[in-house]
Design a protein around this ligand. Structure first.
Ligand code: NAD
Length: 337
């Protein structure tokens, strides 16, 4: 297929672009580089040994998007968006405009161009305060922060479009916690500033960039008292997108699918596995629970297995080994020029 990848220079977009090229697809990517570097694109081209067209383009530039879509694509993989929960609380309007209005522009440009296959990066954040585990796609949705509200709004926009216009095939992929990096250590997550999520923070602590990991809550009703989450290797996640493209015509309208490993690991298990991968101790200290954090969340990935024939295979040790290889080889992320 000829595939357009939005947010192609980002963490998940770059790993998926590589797997798309390896699977033989023709790939055109774009990104406004607000949270990424074009070096990732250069490295994807090197790893794939195949051409990858790339444009600097903003989702908010509706006219440029229309021109791009007119090139003619079989499908769009839509990763572009802002994703920092804390920042979204400070700047909800920025998140609404960038993520929701930007996605509306994309859907309008696709409609005009007659491209009706879409794979959208949603998130387990749409489940809000999780009531029961494992979480399946029928769990009630709610937004617990402005970032989550953008994911709900975009899912609804996709569902509305698919129910009002015939011919759409849309996969709403709800990611759990993507971690790890390509095994080459050439591409990986490159957070700007202090990372919001656990794994990059733990890895940067192993590299000596932070004195210790702050563990929020040691008195949860979990085996070791720390929070439990479902982590998924970014390459497993990328491969799920290839499977989703293969099956996209079987998606009637807009359908949600969980992408998770289907099991949880505690914060202390993650720190121990990361320490093993890095070959050094990782200091940590317990602090009180943060308001709003759930004790445990993990996915029921049965639907993705049934629908895509896909399941996550890479273990926590593999996630940590690959993440550490990237961190050690690129201590400051991609070059900043
Ligand atoms: P990322 O920040 O590395 O990638 C997103 C890319 O989108 C960045 O390269 C950024 O520059 C680009 N972008 C942002 N706004 C844009 C705009 N207006 N126009 C063009 N490009 C724009 O993040 P990621 O981890 O690769 O996430 C990809 C998608 O997956 C996002 O939609 C995110 O919300 C979703 N997601 C991520 C996670 C996670 O933990 N990483 C979990 C669930 C869902």
């Amino acid at each position: 297929m000829k595939v357009l990848v939005t947010g192609a220079a980002g963490y998940i977009g770059s790993h998926t672009a590589l797997e798309l090229l390896k699977a033989g697809h023709e790939v055109v990517g774009f990104d406004n580089l607000s949270n990424s570097s074009e070096h990732s694109i250069v490295r994807v081209r090197e790893l794939a040994g195949r051409p990858l067209a790339f444009h600097v383009l903003d989702l908010l530039d509706a006219a440029a998007l229309e021109r791009m879509l007119r090139e003619g694509f079989d499908a769009v993989l839509h990763f572009a968006g802002l994703k920092a929960v804390g920042e979204s609380v400070e700047k909800p309007e920025l998140y609404r405009r960038n993520n929701v209005d930007g996605s509306a522009n994309l859907l309008a440009a696709m409609t005009k161009a007659g491209c009706r296959r879409l794979v959208f990066s949603s998130s387990c954040t749409v489940y809000g305060s999780v009531r029961t585990n494992p979480v399946d796609e029928a769990h009630p949705r709610s937004a617990v922060n402005p970032y989550g509200a953008t994911k709900l709004a975009i899912e609804d926009m996709c569902s509305g479009l698919a129910s009002s216009q015939a011919g759409w095939h849309i996969a709403l992929l709800r990611y759990f916690n993507p971690v790890g990096a390509h095994e080459s250590g050439r591409i990986g997550e490159d957070p700007k500033g202090v990372p919001n999520s656990l794994m990059p923070y733990v890895m940067q602590t192993a590299a000596g960039r932070h004195p210790k990991v702050r563990v929020w809550g040691r008195d949860y009703p979990t085996p070791d008292g720390t929070g439990v989450r479902d982590y998924i290797h970014v390459v497993d996640l990328a491969l799920a997108h290839i499977a989703a493209l293969d099956q996209i015509d079987s998606f009637a309208g807009a359908e949600p699918l969980n992408l998770g490993a289907g099991r949880g690991y505690s914060v202390l298990e993650v720190i121990a596995a990361a320490a093993k991968a890095a070959g050094r101790d990782i200091p940590w200290e317990a602090f009180p629970r943060r308001p709003g954090d759930a004790a445990a969340i993990w996915a029921d990935p049965a639907r993705a297995k049934a629908k895509l024939g896909w399941s996550a295979t890479r273990t926590l040790d593999r996630m940590c080994a690959d993440h550490w290889r990237w961190q050690a080889a690129n201590p400051d992320g991609y070059p900043r020029h």
